[in-house]
Design a protein around this ligand. Structure first.
Ligand code: FAD
Ligand code: SIN
Length: 553
């Protein structure tokens, strides 16, 4: 019999292989051994799908002040200015870092070669007062992910574990003997990880643990997010007792492709930036009724306008018309979108594109300080899973790739300065994962329907326009579902689909509870019961924190 390894020991454990996780791993590899865990293939991430680009001040006509002002204005009064300033000012340096890795941002010139700042082709998106979005055609995320992965795979200090899904963080209760005597129980030591190829749970121990697990768009029925986006990091951190902030601010992208089958993909905001026009199915341009910036109003405004028009007309979608831009331009500027629409039988040079809003980005997440540190010692979070204070109540388009990269590199810089600390000890002994019962397939048959139920419930009751009545109804139903799922999880051997379902249920509960706390409308949270913004009572973050560790809900 082959003896199985008891522990996987590293200096740094990075959970997630998107822009946040990989850039952090590359930086940390300079001072120690890094494990990058990722639950599917290494490129499966939201990063890989990013289209529009990455916002940064590179043009001479632009300024940090203007980017900062746009971010704060769109964030509706609750961004953390210090964080916004730091991230925005780091933009040009982070672009250079990506360029050095080989990311070849689109240039105004057609000839290849070294680009001066003024040569970048800069896109425009909603809420930006300037053209400042650097892009690689309309597949920016794929280009970035490709370069980060290539560098990480070639790096001897980085081990990438594909098909390894994190279940939970290792805390004081998991060490032998349990850390109640003398040792601080609020320390993270690593994570329990399910190797889905081998079907067994492994114990990874590390001196620093970083959650870079991305967002949770899969909590909704219509979403632009791939299947990995189940909010695992947010749920793990919540279970560990970390404050989870601002979960009510779920950003709906105004324009995802509508298809009767429900298959969808994003139609980038830069399509509107280049002149795309929103129209009702009978051809009426409607954005002039909602905002002076028309199609380039902030996302919450455009998504609510589309929602209102669909409710008025009873149609299942509106149209995004780009036929006036010409086939040649469309094919060179948006090759990915052009090709994907053709697969669904839509030649966008000839016909308008049917679009609907879809859950896209979570502005809230694991609460961290300006250095990405959570309240638990040695545990950090960055990228979409975290809430740094950059986005406030609404994210400015293309600010998330920048935030993820900038925060990851800042965390790495901070760790590099202080690693190893004087108090750095050996890894503690950890309790073995026990998983002996037999999986109850019959019961699972019923439970697995719950994923669909959660996603429908969230779209129907916790979507773009909310009310207390709907939120309370969602809460009642989710409480029952979440408890059933938890009970099933506790009583059955662990599996990836159960882990994800449990996390989705947690995320749904967090969104509903946060939305019920905010008795006003602000940014992405709009409720018909309190349609005004109430700065006196609510100009602050919402925070949900687990206090009773004997039960989850
Ligand atoms: P991700 O890139 O999502 O990476 C998360 C990683 O964690 C994945 O590797 C995943 O497999 C892994 N993971 C998750 N849970 C576990 C677990 N339990 N165990 C192990 N691994 C786990 N933003 C912009 O700024 N500009 C854009 O143009 C843009 N376009 C977008 C287009 C689309 C279609 C989408 C969906 C998003 C877009 N965004 C854009 C948002 C942006 O892509 C994301 O916010 C950003 O990529 C998040 O990066 P991340 O590293 O935090 O997470
Ligand atoms: C897009 O291309 O529209 C997505 C940009 C973003 O989400 O920041």
């Amino acid at each position: 019999m082959v003896r199985q390894k008891r522990y996987y020991n590293y200096d740094f454990l990075v959970i997630g292989s998107g822009i946040a996780g990989l850039s952090l791993a590359l930086e940390l590899s300079e001072i120690g051994k890094v494990a990058v865990l990722t639950k599917k293939r290494d490129s499966d991430s939201n990063t890989n799908y990013a289209q529009g680009g990455i916002a940064a001040v590179t043009a001479e006509t632009d300024s940090f002040e203007s980017h900062i002002d746009d971010t704060l204005r769109v964030g509706c009064g609750i961004c953390k200015r210090q964080v916004v300033e730091r991230i925005v000012r780091s933009g040009p340096e982070n672009i250079q870092w990506l360029s050095r890795l080989g990311v070849d941002f689109s240039s105004k010139k057609t000839s290849p070669g070294d680009k001066g700042a003024e040569d970048f082709d800069l896109g425009k998106e909603g809420g930006h007062s300037q053209n400042r979005v650097l892009h690689v055609a309309d597949y920016t995320g794929r280009a970035i992910e490709h370069r980060l992965l290539r560098a990480s795979r070639e790096n001897d200090n980085i081990d990438i574990y594909e098909n390894h899904i994190a279940i939970d963080l290792l805390l004081g209760i998991h060490i032998i003997p349990p850390a109640t005597r003398g040792r601080d129980i609020r320390i993270c030591y690593g994570a329990y990880i399910l190797d889905t190829d081998e079907g067994r749970v492994k114990t990874f121990r590390a001196h620093r643990i970083i959650l870079a697990t991305g967002g949770a768009g899969r909590a909704y029925y219509h979403t632009t997010n791939p299947s990995i986006a189940t909010g695992d990091g947010m749920a793990m951190a919540y279970r560990a007792g970390t404050p989870i902030l601002n979960m009510e601010f779920v950003q709906f992208h105004p324009t995802s492709l509508y298809t009767p089958s429900g298959d969808t993909f994003l139609i980038s905001e830069t399509v509107r930036g280049e002149g795309g026009r929103l129209k009702t199915v009978d051809g009426r341009r409607f954005m002039e009724d909602y905002h002076k910036d028309m199609e380039l109003a902030p996302r919450d405004v455009v998504a609510r306008a589309i929602d209102a028009e669909m409710k008025k007309t009873g149609d299942s979608y509106v149209l995004l018309d780009v036929t006036h831009l010409g086939g040649q331009f469309l094919q060179s500027r948006f090759p990915n979108i052009y090709r994907n629409c053709l697969k669904f039988g839509i030649d966008i040079a000839e016909n308008p594109i049917p679009v609907v809003p879809a859950a896209h980005y979570f502005c809230g997440g694991v609460g961290v300080d300006v250095k990405g540190q959570t309240v638990i010692k040695n545990l950090y979070a960055c990228g979409e899973t975290s809430s740094t204070g950059m986005h406030g109540a609404n994210r400015l388009a293309s600010n998330s790739l920048l935030e993820a990269l900038s925060t990851a590199r800042l965390i790495a810089a901070e760790i590099k300065e202080n690693f190893p600390r004087k108090d750095e000890g050996k890894h503690p002994r950890i309790r073995k994962w026990i998983d002996e019962e037999v999986f109850d397939h019959q019961e699972w048959g019923m439970i697995s329907h719950d994923e669909n139920t959660i996603r429908r419930l969230m779209s129907d009751y916790v979507g773009i326009v909310r009310s207390d009545k709907r939120l309370n109804r969602a809460l009642e139903r989710m409480q029952i579902l979440a408890r059933d799922i938890e009970e099933f999880y506790q009583n059955n051997p662990v599996r990836a689909d159960v882990i994800e379902l449990r996390n989705l249920a947690t995320v749904a509960m967090l969104v509903i509870q946060s939305a019920l706390e905010r008795k006003e409308s602000r940014g992405l949270h709009y409720t018909t019961d309190y349609p005004e913004t109430d700065d006196k009572k609510f100009k602050h973050h919402t925070e949900i924190r687990r206090t009773d560790f004997t039960k989850l809900w």
